[in-house]
Design a protein around this ligand. Structure first.
Ligand code: G6P
Length: 366
């Protein structure tokens, strides 16, 4: 009821603002990095596996897509990410030394559970879930689990579940890196410090809300939007586009910025806002040239730029300045203003934000 909403207009907004608390709760009890965070006996299994297969749907799939970058670069373990409803119905090549990881807020998504059972039927017994509901079917079905402590998520568009899943997946990456001899004690300490500082870092990003509200008035009048990101932030762009289409009904799609020339550049006109995720990482110069390509075609850029990128506002280029680059955990910061942009754009259009048409919170039937 209204009382539980406190100062917020919708559950989605409340849940976006709960993220610092949700992340802190998810990290509570994590004293150090060890596979045993995922259950008894995980150390032996983590030592034995030679690849990771992630299965999920919707926003949880984008969390998995982000984790692939971490798992390959930090833990050095080959990783594939599959949409559950695709994986379960296709012929694939199973390897018993695979860690099968399902990601699910509800733990009840029918396709994800079926994909897990399909993987097991192919002889893959090492199963692990990152899940927000301790009593769910997914937790019961998987040998290992890590519970996110997002708390109950009511808005159909997932927000705090996503960022806490990323925290769980980052811990999984560090645990796999550790058993593979790729994490020194110093690196472990540094990564834990970065994780523990996340609630404060996310809080700082939430303070950008008034600037995002100012942009949302522009967005509310659009019918299309393009989201660009590269590398680790390409899945963030995908998640930003998903949020916008789900709740504002504006057609949005995300592209890896390097693919612009292979299609989406044909759509770029002054009527097409181009939202750009611009962290100060090793791909920044490449991204800046993609931004030039958009400007050269009269496209209007809306850029979320790390403070240390030196990307400046100019005619046709709007910039919201994020904190300084946050390294590997940067996706957790960059997704937050995209959630806020979708939320405020939907509010400006007057849609039913918490219950978008045709969508359900938990898809327990096919
Ligand atoms: C539905 C929800 C999404 C969610 C997806 C997967 O589509 O609307 O917010 O990401 O299901 O749900 P799960 O509970 O498995 O994460």
């Amino acid at each position: 009821g209204a009382a539980e909403l406190g100062p917020y207009r919708h559950y989605m907004q409340k849940e976006i603002f709960e993220q610092p608390r949700a992340i802190a709760d998810t990290l509570e009890g994590v004293k150090g990095i060890t596979p045993e965070l995922f259950g008894k006996g995980a150390t032996a299994v983590f030592k034995d596996v030679r690849q990771v297969l992630i299965l999920a749907c919707g926003t949880s799939y984008y969390a998995g897509s982000t984790a692939k970058y971490w798992l390959e670069s930090i833990a050095g373990i080959p990783t594939s990410v599959e949409i559950a409803s695709e994986y379960r119905y296709r012929d694939s090549v199973p390897d018993p030394k695979t860690l099968v990881v399902t990601i699910s807020q509800s733990g009840e998504t029918a396709d994800t559970i079926a994909a897990l059972k399909h993987a097991r039927s192919l002889g893959m017994e090492h199963t692990l879930t990152i899940c927000n509901v301790a009593t769910s079917a997914m937790v019961r079905e998987c040998r290992f689990s890590f519970l996110t402590h997002a708390g109950v998520e009511i808005g159909v568009a997932s927000t705090k579940a996503f960022t806490t899943q990323l925290v769980g997946l980052f811990l999984l990456t560090l645990a796999l890196a550790q058993v593979r001899g790729r994490l020194t004690a110093e690196q472990e300490d540094a990564q834990l410090r970065n994780l523990r500082h996340l609630p404060a870092a996310v809080q700082a990003v939430l303070a950008l809300e008034p600037q995002v509200i100012a942009w949302s008035e522009d967005f509310a009048a659009k019918e299309n939007a393009l989201f660009l990101g590269r590398g680790l932030h390409y899945p963030v762009a995908l998640e930003g586009a998903l949020k916008l289409k789900e709740i504002s009904y504006i057609h949005a799609e995300a592209y890896p910025a390097g693919e612009l020339k292979h299609g989406p550049l044909a759509l770029v006109t002054a009527a097409m806002p181009v939202v750009t995720v611009a962290p100060n990482d090793q791909l920044l110069e490449k991204l800046k040239s993609n931004m030039q390509e958009v400007r050269a075609r009269g496209g209007e850029l809306f850029v979320f730029a790390d403070a240390d990128t030196r990307i400046e506002s100019a005619p046709g280029t709007h910039v919201i300045r994020m904190p300084e680059h946050y390294g590997a955990l940067s996706p957790i910061l960059h997704v937050v203003p995209l959630q806020l942009l979708a939320y405020h754009t939907a509010c400006a259009r007057g849609t039913d934000v918490d219950k978008p048409r045709n969508l359900a919170k938990s898809v327990t039937v096919e």
